[in-house]
Write a protein that binds this ligand. Structure first.
Ligand SMILES: [Zn+2]
Ligand SMILES: [Zn+2]
Ligand SMILES: [Zn+2]
Length: 251
């Protein structure tokens, strides 16, 4: 399996509009530190899947026919906004699989254009795309949200964003099916009060300690977390890394 982070930012991205904090100033000087809408690409020899569709220039990055499916974690704007332009395209329909959420995002369901929203991913009902086994895992967020565990040849990658902690049944499933690589929402630096919609570093560490992946990559990073890390460069344990836009991994 080849996995690539396309975007690793919180909804406002880095640099954040109008912000002059150390992380945002650094990203204006060096594009390598920019963070765009949280999304990823997962590929095998026979399938190519986009994980979330928040990048605004999706059509240019992935011309017609280059994706087998789009897998959505949920329908917040920063995870679907790239679909609004693609839907008016021509040619074959593009399969979009996501959680059951009657509201969807704006009028995407009412006017899907070439997007094929037919299939719903159901919690704990595994399905196959090409040679990948995919298990949808419920997450804790302000709308119906699913993480996904991808499996091929006994190797697993779990992609868990957006979430604040994990539902008990999701945690139990992942303990039984431990991921080699864990891609995890960690929007914020350690906070004294428990956050509501996304993990802070305390919560991400707790999840990582419970699931014990070989490596954990933190994503959906807020500019405040980047700034905190500039002052605490040694804060993360050995098996935990901050993901970067464009970072590629394979197992
Ligand atoms: Zn900032
Ligand atoms: Zn969200
Ligand atoms: Zn988000």
């Amino acid at each position: 399996m080849n996995f690539r982070f396309l975007g690793t930012g919180n909804a406002g991205g880095v640099p954040l509009y109008g912000c002059e904090c150390p992380a945002c100033s650094r990203a204006r000087l060096n594009k390598e530190h920019e963070r765009h809408a949280c999304s990823a690409l997962i590929e095998t020899e026979c399938v190519r899947i986009l994980l979330d569709a928040g990048l605004p220039n999706l059509g240019e990055r992935f011309p017609a026919g280059t994706l087998d499916a789009v897998l959505l974690t949920h329908h917040h704007m920063d995870h679907v906004q790239g679909l609004f332009r693609v839907r008016w395209g021509r040619g074959n329909r593009l399969r979009v699989i996501g959680p059951e959420d009657l509201a969807g995002c704006d009028d995407l369901f009412k006017h899907p254009g070439i997007l094929d929203f037919d299939t719903k991913a159901q919690p704990f009902q595994g399905f196959d795309l090409g040679d990948l086994r995919i298990m949808p895992l419920p997450l804790t967020h302000s709308r119906p949200t699913l993480g996904y565990c991808f499996e091929q040849n006994g190797q697993r990658i779990a992609y868990l964003t957006d979430t604040c902690g994990l539902p008990a049944e999701t945690e139990a499933w992942l303990i039984e099916h431990p991921p080699n690589l864990l891609m995890l929402d960690c929007s914020y630096p350690p906070r004294s009060e428990t956050p509501r919609n996304h993990n802070d570093l305390h919560m991400a560490r707790r999840i990582c300690d419970t699931l014990k992946p070989q490596h954990c990559y933190l994503t959906h990073i807020d500019h405040s977390f980047d700034t905190w890390l500039i002052g605490e460069p040694e804060a993360l344990p050995d098996n935990m890394n901050i993901a970067h836009d464009g970072q590629a991994l394979s197992i």
